[in-house]
Design a protein around this ligand. Structure first.
Ligand SMILES: O=C(O)CCC(=O)C(=O)O
Ligand SMILES: [Fe+2]
Length: 277
């Protein structure tokens, strides 16, 4: 059982529901970052990964890099909060952008096969070395996770208002909802850019897995209503807000939750037939 102090708060969960990601800068200590970089060079990877659908707890056992990173109480607490205990390993990849690579990836979302709103997979992007803008980072689009697209439907786009390059210090992890739109960036430096991506499936219902002491915080409706700016003209952010309310209902188990009557309007289903006078 994870100590409550390592679990996410309700405000952090609301931010995840609204933004589709949570970022923790320099979360992983340097010794583990260095051990991870060493592991990337050891071939075949001695501790590496597992088979789709097997328990995460059986992967990277004894590895001083990735294994130790996963065992950090902060990391374990975040995983527990989002996908619960005993998540399943789905896949991982050490994403490499070679030195002097002038081209980035196309915008895409990874493997959106499951379009249910009440379940999500957790992906995390771990940067074991400093990643300045010349190296790219992974570009993500905050708030895109609930606008489901089929993989590369969005490849025609180049830049979005509000896009966020994950430039960061070594040890940073960006935890993302599997629906997030993202793409690798060019690497203009003389050094290889590495990013470790891991996808996890929950094995329990994703309801109130975090520290819910602040569940009634008055900031939560405002956080869920964030406008990331890219949606388009006028009130198109309302499409996202409605999705987030549904998502928050699923996460909290509170099927009456609403903000500003957004979902209430859609649920209004008048049945009364006026009788002739
Ligand atoms: O390398 C990156 O920054 C992202 C890679 C990625 O998202 C992918 O290949 O699916
Ligand atoms: Fe991807």
């Amino acid at each position: 059982m994870t100590d409550k102090k390592y679990l996410l708060t309700s405000k952090q969960m609301a931010a995840f529901a609204a933004d589709g990601y949570l970022r923790f800068d320099a979360l992983v200590p340097d010794a583990i970052n260095r051990a991870t970089l060493k592991e990337y060079d050891e071939k075949p990877w001695p501790h590496g990964g597992g088979y789709v659908g097997t328990p995460l707890s059986k992967q990277w056992v004894g590895s001083p890099g990735i294994g130790a990173m996963l065992k950090l109480p902060q990391v374990a607490g975040i995983i527990d909060s989002l996908v619960g205990p005993e998540p399943r390993y789905d896949h991982h990849q050490v994403h490499i952008v070679p030195p002097k690579s002038p081209h980035g990836q196309i915008w895409h979302a990874d493997a959106i096969i499951d379009t249910r709103l009440e379940h999500f997979d957790l992906q995390f992007f771990y940067f074991a070395h400093d990643t300045p803008r010349e190296m790219g980072g992974t570009m993500i689009l905050p708030g895109s996770h609930l606008r489901r697209v089929n993989e590369t439907d969005i490849a025609r786009y180049q830049n979005f208002l509000g896009q966020l390059p994950s430039t960061c210090k070594a040890g940073t992890i960006v935890f993302v909802h599997h629906g997030i739109w993202h793409c690798a960036q060019p690497n203009l430096t003389d050094n290889t850019r590495y990013m470790f991506k891991l996808r996890l499936n929950p094995t329990v219902k994703q309801v109130r897995l975090w520290n819910t002491d602040d569940i009634n915080d008055s900031d939560i409706p405002r956080i869920l209503g964030r406008n990331h700016g890219w949606y388009g003209w006028g009130g198109e952010d309302r499409l996202e807000v409605v999705q987030r309310i549904k998502f928050w209902r699923a996460l909290t188990g509170d099927d009456k939750f609403d903000t500003d009557y957004w979902l209430g309007r859609l649920e209004n289903d008048p049945q009364r037939v006026l009788q002739p006078a």
